[in-house]
Unconditional design. Structure first.
Length: 325
């Protein structure tokens, strides 16, 4: 611990700007921790300001003698300075705490409800405002406990929304790339693919593209397609039954090449199919597979395409040519 003379010398060196930047930083930390050192410093600073011609850096006079010479009451000034500093420090710490609480705690706790559909699952649940949400496989949403007052929901993946109408509280679905605002309607949002879509079956929605700030309105049977790579936007009509089949646990494959169908199949069942043969990859498949388990679907696929499907590792399947033994 520093004795009185060492503390006095440090205070004088600091006020005379004879310390390096690192030394000044260390000294300022010491001031915040040592009330006695701070009291000494406050008195030296007062003398320094009031008597700028004083050669404090060269004096060998004790601090008590300097105070006596200039009639400065040590005790009273020290206590007052210490109290003022403590009040200032407390205020600063309170400000830092409040700032931290606002920017860290509040945003994280605002969306404190979390729903996730596991791989291969379609999850249906009801929001506090009585709106219905159906999450597709591997998708998730977040929303606040006071959802009825401010109806904001964050979506990652794909979901169907049947929104309870409330003209005083718009319902907004947020994704990384766009916001979808409605009052009461039924629509599908898919933000999991490169071609992200908002498909409207009933009512009316307003879509805000975050990057361009463009706003686009949709009417029933219209959908907006936004390409995350090219940034191209397309507005078109769509077949409601085809787009929304997944929410009724139906895997609908509408005459597409099997290699193009794999992303949809993999998401629906939460598995990973791979093809080892180019001929098979270009074969087309058409069908509606309703409420089929993964085993039932594999049996159907083998029959339709005349292929052999083998499980390699957990949730991974290889599609190859069928070889009759």
């Amino acid at each position: 611990m520093l004795n009185v003379n060492q503390k006095e010398k440090k205070c004088v060196r600091y006020l005379a700007n004879e310390m390096s930047k690192a030394e000044r930083s260390v000294f300022e930390i010491e001031l915040s921790l040592d009330d006695d050192l701070f009291a000494v410093f406050e008195n030296f600073k007062t003398i320094w300001i009031n008597y700028p011609d004083s050669k404090l850096t060269k004096t060998t006079t004790s601090f008590g003698q300097i105070i006596k010479k200039h009639n400065k009451p040590v005790k009273e000034k020290s206590v007052k300075g210490s109290l003022n500093y403590k009040v200032l420090l407390s205020t600063a710490l309170l400000f830092v705490f409040c700032t931290f609480f606002y920017f860290v705690t509040i945003p994280n706790s605002h969306y404190n409800n979390h729903k996730t559909a596991t791989k291969g699952e379609r999850l249906t649940f009801t929001l506090p405002d009585s709106s219905t949400v159906i999450l597709n496989s591997g998708s998730e949403v977040k929303y606040s406990s006071d959802f009825g007052k401010q109806r904001d929901i964050w979506l990652k993946g794909e979901a169907f929304f049947k929104v309870t109408k409330n003209i005083n509280s718009p319902f907004t679905v947020h994704t990384n790339d766009f916001d979808v605002k409605v009052l009461g309607t039924e629509f599908n949002v898919n933000g999991s693919a490169i071609n992200q879509t908002i498909s409207l079956s009933k009512g009316k929605v307003n879509v805000l593209l975050k990057e361009s700030k463009d706003e686009i309105n949709l009417l029933p049977n219209e959908e907006l397609v936004w390409n995350a790579k090219t940034k191209c936007v397309i507005k078109r009509n769509f077949n409601v039954n085809k787009i929304l089949a997944w929410k009724d646990n139906i895997l609908l494959l509408d005459d597409v090449k099997i290699e193009d169908a794999l992303p949809k199949i993999n998401q629906f069942y939460g598995v990973n199919f791979v093809i080892k043969d180019a001929v098979i990859a270009n074969m087309h498949i058409k069908g509606a597979f309703k409420n089929q388990s993964i085993d039932d679907f594999i049996t159907s696929l083998e029959f339709i395409l005349d292929v052999s499907i083998t499980k390699t590792i957990q949730n991974n399947f290889e599609i190859a040519k069928y070889h009759e033994h």
